[in-house]
Design a protein around this ligand. Structure first.
Ligand SMILES: Cc1cc2nc3c(=O)[nH]c(=O)nc-3n(C[C@H](O)[C@H](O)[C@H](O)COP(=O)(O)O)c2cc1C
Length: 367
């Protein structure tokens, strides 16, 4: 272990202090109850096993019923869901950890069976031919082509912002230390950001400022409820899946970062999620060049990191912390392993989504 390991240096993130810079990236594991979206005792075990993370960012968590795009994912909009998360956050805290709730609206990456009575909603009614939802058929799950969406009206946008704010209040009631607004990976907020999906001609479409407006209004509404120091924001500026094809993502993402700088949020999380595709090359250098240092606060970087790159980017001041996805999923004691140079358990993609203990709570710690 090097002296003064940058990974193990404490950090202030808005309203919270974290003891190290090895964060757990948000990871959907599809082990909540369905369709009521309750957190389960198995999830309590899973998250508390990973409490040595500087910060755990929870799996994406639905802010409303219409937000759902995948069966067996948890929610944070009903009283029962709030109660179901309380043992999870209490166990993480008892084990010395901190956990933010990732607030999720899938938008058009969804299927009508997940919210009977309405098709999915988005910035526009443009269909996403490559988008797949995950639906329940009897007791089994299966992929399904996303149902064509309808465009949210202005009144419905205001209600959606209220859903985010209510979900943030619920998250704090459930014991989370803060929330991360999910503005990445082609879901609702990126469907407003990206001009190939957003063809609106009202104040939520067209110009850079208009396409950034929904994300910023969500952040403002959430921060008004829980305090900006408990709000992180995740964006994926070069994401090219789920029908997102922004020919010029720089201006809108720089505009968002500069606007978030002014709001003094806890952190900006830049995700290179494309690294999940087999054989993909990391594009973080491209993301950092595109962002041009427009965010002044703590920056969390994610996507394809190993320990050397993590130390390098923190030492260079590019990152305040690194979020690890697959490595954390497979190594509950990841900070200690990275610091000591111990070998890592390999993640098993067959058990990423759904199932029970296997590939979830049975990855061994080094000791
Ligand atoms: C099983 C799995 C589930 C994921 N779920 C989410 C999620 O709920 N929210 C999110 O923003 N990203 C999600 N991601 C993306 C990860 O947060 C991360 O960006 C990606 O795994 C790349 O980081 P890594 O190379 O450290 O794994 C998921 C990735 C995987 C492998």
């Amino acid at each position: 272990m090097p002296d003064n390991d940058p990974l193990l240096t404490p950090l202030t993130l808005g309203a919270i202090e974290v003891p190290n810079r090895v964060f757990m990236a948000p990871l959907t594991r599809s082990r909540a109850t369905d369709p009521d979206g309750l957190a389960t005792p198995l999830m309590t075990t899973y998250y508390s096993q990973r409490a040595t993370a500087g910060l755990i960012i929870s799996e994406a968590t639905n802010i409303s019923e219409i937000a759902r795009g995948y069966a067996w994912t948890p929610g944070i909009y009903s009283a029962e869901q709030v109660a179901s998360w309380q043992p999870v956050t209490a166990a993480v805290h008892a084990a010395g950890g901190r956990i933010f709730c990732q607030l999720w609206h899938t938008g058009r990456v969804s299927h009508e069976s997940l919210h009977p009575g309405s098709p999915p909603v988005s910035s526009s009614s443009l269909e996403c031919e490559q988008c797949q939802a995950f639906i329940r058929v009897g007791d089994r799950g299966q992929r399904a082509a996303a149902t064509p969406p309808r465009a949210l009206s202005a009144v419905e946008i205001a209600a959606t912002i209220e859903d985010y704010a209510a979900a943030a209040v619920n998250a704090i009631t459930a014991g989370f230390d803060g929330v991360e607004v999910h503005g990445a990976n082609g879901y609702l907020l990126q469907q407003f950001i990206s001009p190939n999906v957003n063809n609106r001609d009202d104040r939520y479409g067209g110009s850079t400022a208009n396409r950034a407006r929904l994300l910023l209004e969500v952040v403002d509404a959430v921060a008004a409820e829980v305090g900006g120091g408990r709000v992180g924001v995740r964006i994926s500026p070069v994401f090219g899946f789920s029908g997102i094809a922004d020919p010029d993502p720089g201006p809108v993402h720089r505009y968002i970062a500069a606007a978030l700088s002014d709001r003094a949020i806890a952190f900006l999380h830049l995700a290179d999620t494309g690294t999940m595709a087999p054989g993909a090359q990391p594009r973080m250098d491209e993301i950092l060049a595109l962002m041009q240092g427009t965010f002044g606060g703590p920056v969390v970087l994610n996507g394809g990191y190993d320990v050397e790159r993590a130390r390098r980017d923190i030492a260079r001041g590019e990152a305040s912390a690194i979020a690890f996805g697959r490595a954390f999923l497979a190594n509950p004691d990841l900070p200690a392993r990275l610091a000591a140079g111990y070998p890592l358990n390999p993640p098993d993609p067959r058990t990423f989504y759904g199932g029970a203990e296997t590939g979830y709570t049975d990855y061994p710690s080094w000791s």
